[in-house]
Design a protein around this ligand. Structure first.
Ligand SMILES: [Zn+2]
Length: 258
């Protein structure tokens, strides 16, 4: 008997009728080159969506959005709900589509979460280079490191320099939800490749961009989406240096706690 999830996926691969939609505001290249102006309002990007992430205009904190409620994480570390008329420098939000549950074992880090997701996709004949997935993981995590950013030191300061001074928050045990996206590994600069997760704790007292997390007991869902990019103002790629997304956004290699 044909697995019903597989059947739905095959249907969606043929007709794409079950695909959700991911909307990204601003290209990654433009953000990383130092353009932190307001590209859209919080309401435009996140109202009515399932989950999302981003960063406030002028880098007033990393953003995380869940079921249409959106928080910024200031450098003090305590999330604040943002109003719909405030503006964002960058955002990605997902809506529609059908959820698929997938299993993530206990004791795996960010790379292991990505492997579990890719394993689910390949088992259902979906190539991770041809889709964008929205992801939600809820439960208990250990060795969590979240980060946020604050105002740039000067107008146009590249994001790589800002991230060198990122503010980190470390938790031995953490309860909450990670939301984000698995974009194709290949990028022209418009998108941030690979797995990108932001976090909000169950008690809404911590959050940010996820640098490290190890699963303890989690439930995981993904949605297979099509992507639409607004304000893709990257311009010509010539002459621009490639962005080292892995060192800036990916898992920390060394012990992050001083
Ligand atoms: Zn992020």
């Amino acid at each position: 008997m044909l697995d019903d999830v597989l059947h739905r996926l095959r249907s969606s691969r043929l007709g794409r009728i079950d695909r959700g939609r991911v909307t990204q505001v601003r290209s990654a290249q433009s953000l990383f080159s130092g353009n932190y102006s307001g590209a859209a309002t919080v309401g435009h990007e996140f109202s009515g969506t399932r989950l999302g992430l981003g960063v406030m205009h002028d880098l007033e904190g990393e953003l995380v959005s869940l079921r249409g409620e959106t928080w910024r994480v200031p450098v003090c570390g305590t999330p604040e709900v943002v109003a719909v008329d405030e503006t964002i420098a960058f955002g990605i939000a997902a809506s529609g589509g059908i959820p698929h549950s997938f299993t993530v074992d206990a004791g795996v880090g960010i790379e292991g979460i990505g492997d579990a997701l890719d394993g689910y996709l390949s088992a259902t004949f979906v190539d991770h280079e041809e889709v964008v997935c929205a992801i939600e993981l809820t439960g208990t995590f250990t060795d969590v490191v979240l980060r946020t950013v604050g105002h740039p030191d000067h107008v146009g300061e590249p994001l790589a320099e800002v991230i060198e001074n990122e503010t980190r928050f470390a938790f031995d045990v953490w309860h909450g939800t990670l939301v984000g996206f698995r974009y194709p590994d290949a990028t022209s600069g418009s998108t941030i490749p690979g797995l990108h997760l932001h976090a909000i704790s169950d008690d809404r007292r911590s959050g940010g961009h996820v640098r490290n997390a190890t699963t303890a007991r989690v439930t995981a869902s993904l949605w297979i989406d099509d992507v639409h990019i607004e304000r893709d103002d990257a311009g010509a790629a010539e002459g621009r240096e490639a962005i080292d997304f892995i060192s800036l956004e990916g898992p920390l290699q060394a012990d992050p706690v001083p």
